[in-house]
Write a protein that binds this ligand. Structure first.
Ligand code: SF4
Length: 275
């Protein structure tokens, strides 16, 4: 569990890492690729993203199915300074369940807003339901925190809810990443919901028919990628006006400063107010 520079959460927690959506702007994939690798019997397999394919070919005995990995204890890696530490992304961006991290929230007693799986899509179609259930159970074991989930596959929230596997708790916030109008997102009478419009690549509201979630986050693309999307100020202003009209808090990420200026609107729902 790590402190984070993400401005709408206190900590990130990654019991699952890796994602197969393949977004070309993915910062997480670049980071995981950079730190991929682990020590095998004292020999470093790879931490070079150019060798990621080699790393991914390694088959562990507990691989549950082709292309996903379960780790009951951490693999080790060596830092540039020569220190041996837990390998954060031993298989790069291959979906990996770090089961040994499930006890982390309980160890933090002070309440925090925790972004769950900032380096994955926990609700991707490739993620076994039992991984999700184990993560939810770990969250429920530490009810002092707020948990923020985010997916590009909101259909999975609905499927899980139909199986009574999506906890209906006020400290569980289910977010959908959208980038422009017309994309589906999770709404529910029984759950706290939000949408993260990031990177904003086009106008969003009011085309989507109003704001039906409890909170909206908006941001620009992170990083220096060539041809990266830059939101227009008017799109952000329309979104702010729509939120104001419906009394929904809006949080502008710091990376919107170039578009909006220093006076960012950074509202949190009351329940997520910093404690
Ligand atoms: S959904 Fe998120 S984690 Fe997955 S590839 Fe896209 S940006 Fe990366």
């Amino acid at each position: 569990m790590d402190n984070t520079r993400i401005d709408w959460a206190d900590m990130t927690w990654n019991p699952v890492t890796g994602c197969r959506h393949g977004c070309n702007y993915c910062y997480a994939a670049r980071t995981a690729g950079r730190f991929a690798g682990y020590l095998s019997q004292g020999v470093k397999v790879s931490n070079d993203p150019r060798k990621e394919e080699i790393v991914q070919e390694v088959k562990l005995p507990n691989c549950e199915r082709e292309g996903i990995v379960v780790l009951d204890k951490p693999l080790k890696t060596m830092t540039a300074a020569g220190n041996v530490v837990n390998a954060p992304y031993p298989f790069g961006f291959t979906p990996t369940f770090h089961r040994y991290r499930l006890g982390d929230p309980v160890k933090k007693q002070r309440p925090r807003n925790i972004f769950v799986c900032s380096m994955a899509d926990l609700f991707g179609t490739w993620v076994p339901t039992k991984w999700i259930v184990e993560v939810m159970d770990a969250c429920m074991a530490a009810p002092q925190h707020n948990y923020l989930f985010l997916t590009k596959n909101p259909r999975r929230y609905t499927e899980l809810d139909e199986m009574a596997l999506l906890p209906r708790r006020n400290n569980f916030w289910y977010g959908t990443t959208t980038t422009e109008a017309g994309q589906s997102y999770f709404i529910s009478e029984h759950h706290k919901t939000f949408t993260s419009v990031e990177p904003m690549t086009g106008p969003l509201f009011p085309e989507a028919g109003g704001i039906l979630v409890d909170w909206v986050i908006v941001g620009a693309e992170t990083g220096l990628r060539k041809n990266k999307a830059v939101p227009e100020r008017a799109w952000v202003k329309d979104l702010l006006d729509a939120c104001r009209e419906e009394g929904v808090p809006l949080f502008m990420k710091r990376n919107l400063t170039d578009v909006w200026g220093e006076n960012l609107v950074q509202e949190l729902p009351t329940m997520l107010g910093r404690r």
